[in-house]
Ligand binder design. Sequence first.
Ligand code: NAD
Ligand code: TDX
Length: 338
Amino acid sequence: MKNILVTGGAGFIGSNFINHILLEKRDDYNIVNLDKLTYAGNLENLRPSEGKKNYHFIKGDITNSDLVNYIFEKFKIKYVINFAAESHVDRSILGSEIFYRTNVIGTNVLLEAARRFEAEKFLQVSTDEVYGSLGEEGLFTEQTPLSPNSPYSSSKAAADMMVLAFHHTYGMPVVITRCSNNYGSYQFPEKLIPLMIINALHNKKLPVYGDGMNVRDWIYVIDHNKAIDLVFEKGRTGEVYNIGASNEMPNIKIVKLILNHLKKSDDLIQFVQDRPGHDRRYAINSYKIQNELGWKPTYTFESAIQQTIEWYLQNKNWWERIISGEYKNYYELQYKNR
Ligand code: NAD
Ligand code: TDX
């Protein structure tokens, strides 16, 4: 039995990891999910895992070192997968402090506990945004220098540096994954794809930043989590693995695809003031994980995006509860004067 501390497991990617990858297929994993349940955390995401005997939930903050140490001791934790983070770029532009507290200090607290309790693996879930922005050519490799541009991505880059420093200095068995943009069910409505689906369903304007030609490299969340599971099991200590499905697309193309699927008019599109410091293009070279660990994406964008749109159509209760709460204030602040 592997006693694994999974942090941020009530968010979009972490809950998918627990539901789909672990509990359906891995009875040798004993998972302790530590999540603060911020605005982005939602226990409804974990319904399929509730009641399983190899799954435990603890509400708490990764910056709380007493709590983290207690969890390591009580559950004999030997493995950490750190998903917990403040994850939305636009919110980091509105205010950066919580991003540094959670993403940097929180990671440090987890690393110190992992050091104290001699953890056998520490997997840091990072992002391609740490590499900064690409021009029209080229792809991010693991050798691309870190050059983050937003408060969010700079906090993730700082955390990555610290994780590698713990390996270099203390010999800690760490590994880092850097993935491109995810999509799938249970993604919080603030992110591009769910935001556009939900606005279109309400015949509300679809706010496309700038000229809509910023490019993101999209991967289905299950493919990301299969890669994380593989890196967790087989990744070499001290290494970084990029994860991406080679599916670059300008934002406007995705927005039009969503409108087309929902049989709504392109007139709903509204080009609005650009995101400050908006990275132009992300694109991942995932040769290393494919070649070394044999991973490859299994979902095509064409089918998985349709499935995702259908999920939002079938699960209105999930997102209606979110958008009728505190989210309204965020939406107002973010979009009112654009
Ligand atoms: P999310 O915002 O949906 O979920 C984050 C989760 O972390 C929430 O459940 C939240 O309650 C929890 N959390 C936040 N602060 C916490 C704290 N201080 N202590 C404990 N729990 C806390 O994010 P996501 O999209 O699921 O992203 C998960 C991870 O993957 C993040 O580290 C993110 O940087 C990384 N990532 C995301 C993407 C993407 O496209 N969404 C791509 C690459 C990497
Ligand atoms: O209303 C919008 N209009 C718009 O044009 C929103 C919310 C976004 N956009 C654009 C900005 C980006 O170019 O769409 C693109 C995607 O935006 P987000 O969904 O906010 O994602 P991004 O900023 O690319 O970051 C995501 O991928 C990397 C995740 O949020 C990060 O957590 C992850 O690290």
